[in-house]
Design a protein around this ligand. Structure first.
Ligand SMILES: Nc1ncnc2c1ncn2[C@@H]1O[C@H](COP(=O)(O)OP(=O)(O)O)[C@@H](O)[C@H]1O
Ligand SMILES: [Mg+2]
Length: 314
């Protein structure tokens, strides 16, 4: 099914067809280290149980590109992120940063997980300074850098607060600040907003886009939410299951910064609807396999609402 070639032809609500819009506003200087490219070349990964998590998968993320991975549970999204982070080593194939094989985890590649892994016994400031302390950065410099990062994520006032004193959204912002502390080239985010309410989520999506435009870091962002993927990505990678692999890649030709508004929302919706249909096909495939063909798609082929999270709990 090659649904994406003509996505915009079938855009609902008279969505405009974009004419090669600029992806970034001109004239802004990136701050800190800019992004590195990250790739998987013919990578397979099996867990010790012999369960194949991903099979012969290639993926190239350009330096300074924002790529979102979407797909049902079990399609290997987290595995890919952990391979790119160097937390897992491939069973076959190569994982590269700027064309060189990676040997393991590095401060150049920071990860943000779904549940902010802030240390509960440290204040926000101490959490952000922690990776710098590990690197032996002097105290005064750590304090200056953490203040700058907390200001960036609008949490400077809460520097002395402990994680339990903060909301979920604030904790995730804190985790992003901590991930940026070592000025990584690649930021890897595994469903970072999945546990947040819709409104907080939207605010943080805007924040992440702003950070992306300001820093030009390479970002690989995993989400169950196709609308979130379209809102954020330069390119969405749709993953399939059994075994986990890349099914298709969809460039998102929407200018940045992405604002909400009728025309823009219609275009986001058009992309999201196609991606949702692609995921629904995958989920149906799994359900059929599990039910031995006795399974019938609910709703008689009605498409799943792309504004909802898809694939969670499957
Ligand atoms: N620690 C593990 N041990 C064995 N199998 C695992 C482990 N983690 C994940 N898997 C399997 O690997 C596949 C991919 O998992 P994962 O990368 O977590 O997918 P996703 O993030 O897309 O939900 C799934 O079939 C999952 O069951
Ligand atoms: Mg996962």
């Amino acid at each position: 099914m090659s649904v994406f070639a003509n996505t915009l032809d079938r855009a609902p609500l008279g969505a405009e067809v974009p004419s090669a819009p600029p992806l970034r506003p001109a004239g802004r200087q990136p701050t800190g280290r800019a992004g590195a490219s990250a790739s998987l070349e013919g990578v397979s990964f099996s867990f010790a149980s012999d369960r194949v998590a991903i099979e012969t998968t290639s993926l190239h993320v350009e330096a300074g590109e924002f790529v979102c991975l979407v797909g049902p549970s079990g399609s290997g999204k987290s595995t890919i992120l952990n391979l790119l982070a160097g937390l897992l080593a491939p069973s076959a194939g190569r994982v590269l940063e700027d064309g060189a094989p990676i040997a393991g985890p590095s401060p150049a590649r920071a990860v943000v997980f779904q549940d902010a892994a802030l240390f509960p016994w440290l204040t926000l400031q101490q959490n952000v300074e922690y990776p710098l302390a590990l690197q032996g950065v002097p105290k005064a410099e750590r304090a200056a850098r953490s203040a700058e990062l907390l200001r960036t994520v609008h949490l400077l006032r809460f520097a002395a607060s402990y994680p339990h004193q903060l909301s979920g959204g604030m904790r995730q912002r804190g985790a992003i600040a901590r991930a940026l502390a070592t000025d990584p080239k690649v930021l890897l985010m595994d469903e970072p907003f999945a546990a947040l309410d819709a409104q907080t989520r939207e605010i943080l999506q805007g924040e992440v886009e702003r950070l992306f435009l300001e820093t030009r870091k390479t970002i690989v962002f995993v989400t169950h939410n196709v609308r979130e993927a379209v809102r954020l990505a330069d390119r969405v990678v749709l993953m399939g299951t059994r075994p986990g692999r890349v099914l298709r890649e969809v460039p998102i030709a929407l200018e940045r910064p992405r604002r909400t508004g009728d025309a823009s929302d219609a275009r986001v919706h058009a992309y999201a609807a196609e991606l949702a249909a692609g995921i629904r096909d995958e989920v149906e495939k799994i359900a059929k396999e599990e039910a031995d063909d006795a399974w019938v798609a609910p709703g008689g082929g009605v498409r799943v609402d792309p504004r909802r999270n898809l694939g969670s709990g499957i």
